[in-house]
Ligand binder design. Structure first.
Ligand SMILES: [Mg+2]
Length: 375
């Protein structure tokens, strides 16, 4: 069973074309996104996959994730037993600082491999399910608002009822115009606003106050990740929940965020926490402190979405849905062998062994700009 030994660790650094430009408070994405895929192979030939989805302005670079796995983490994985996930992750955490996206890829691959060998889904290894589907939120971040309005029509046709407006990139009038338009024409949507740290301390109070008046569901991370005092002060001035994203990576940050009262809820991402189990720890602290949580993501493929979906399926405290939209609504071509199951405005969590769906190795080879696998 999971006493099997891991005999190989392979990597692909992928460059994947995307459908449009997206502007966020901390930076823009256009042309392509880059991710790192890891494959672990056990002595019986079973395989498990994981994904690191870095963003240089947020968690780090794909080059760093690749090197972390290839050079620094590999010696702690090859030769280890598949089932010793806690020990392997402990060693990986000691071997290289930060690189949380690389560690998320590793733990995902370990869970996928263990699940495939044991014949159970990853969600079962994370404690078992409390839900089968997760409501989907899609972000609106196109500098061309007309393109986002067209996207909304497509989302509504697909049953998606939650959108998140990326704000704080252009001027305040652009943000308020878009919120006015959403309120006027799409008042059936659950609208959330995310500044991605985009506001300066002098402008934050006024802009956040105006947006709070628009009856949005929450406002996320208006100021820089390290401005805890300002986050706490802004929270006191508004009546809608303030959500922390970039300020909270792992359980340690969550503890500080609670102690300093900076937020009413948190965006939980395996790429920030360093894997599904630490993401669950963030969720547990949030819940114990009376905070809400949703499942955020980075610029991911369906493979990382699957890891997040299994994590949320096994985390009762993550109640505000997920943002795993890229595989369907942003990537030109996802890498899975079958599409991620989007269903009526939600993600259905696969119930087959491991993550439930494998990546297409032909696509990994096609989109790779670097790999450890011989051609
Ligand atoms: Mg965010």
């Amino acid at each position: 069973m999971t006493g099997e030994t891991i005999v190989a660790l392979d990597l692909w650094h992928l460059k994947l074309p995307v459908a449009s430009r997206r502007d966020h408070g901390i930076g823009s994405v256009a042309g392509a996104v880059e991710v790192v895929i890891v494959r672990l192979t056990s002595e019986s030939g079973a395989v498990g996959y994981g994904e690191a989805s870095p963003w240089s302005v947020f968690t780090g670079t794909p080059e760093a994730a690749y090197a972390a796995l290839d050079r620094y983490i590999r010696p702690h994985v090859v030769g280890a037993r598949v089932g010793d996930i806690a020990a392997i992750m402990g060693n990986a955490n000691k071997a290289v600082a930060f690189c949380t996206d690389a560690k998320a890829a590793l733990e995902t691959a370990l869970l996928d491999l263990a699940g495939r060998i044991a014949g159970v889904p990853v969600s079962a290894l994370l404690g078992g399910r409390c839900r089968e589907t997760i409501p989907l939120s899609c972000s609106l971040a196109d500098p061309d608002f007309g393109a986002d309005l067209a996207l909304i029509e497509r989302l509504k046709a697909d049953g998606v009822g939650i959108v998140k407006l990326k704000a704080g990139v252009q001027d305040h009038q652009f943000d308020m115009m878009r919120l006015d338009r959403l309120a006027a024409d799409h008042d059936d949507l659950d609208v959330r606003v995310d500044y991605n740290q985009g506001l300066s301390p002098d402008e934050a109070a006024g802009r956040v106050y105006d947006v709070a008046m628009m009856d949005v569901t929450f406002i996320e991370q208006p100021v820089r990740f390290d401005q805890f005092t300002l986050m706490a002060r802004l929270r006191e001035t508004i009546d809608v929940p303030l959500i922390a994203d970039e300020s909270v990576f792992g359980p340690e940050d969550m503890m500080r965020a609670v102690a300093e009262g900076i937020c009413d809820g948190v965006s939980i991402k395996i790429m920030k926490s360093g894997g599904p189990r630490r993401a669950q720890a963030v969720a547990a602290i949030a819940a114990a402190s009376g905070l809400s949580a949703y499942g955020g993501d980075m610029f991911e493929t369906g493979l990382a979405h699957l890891a997040g979906a299994h994590t949320i399926a096994a985390s009762p405290a993550i109640t505000l849905g997920c943002e795993f939209y890229q595989a369907k609504y942003y990537l030109v071509d996802d890498i899975l062998t079958e599409p991620l199951p989007y269903e009526g405005g939600a993600i259905r969590v696969p119930d087959g062994p491991g993550l439930g769906i494998l990546p297409d190795e032909g696509k990994l080879a096609h989109y790779a700009v670097a790999t450890t696998v011989a051609a």
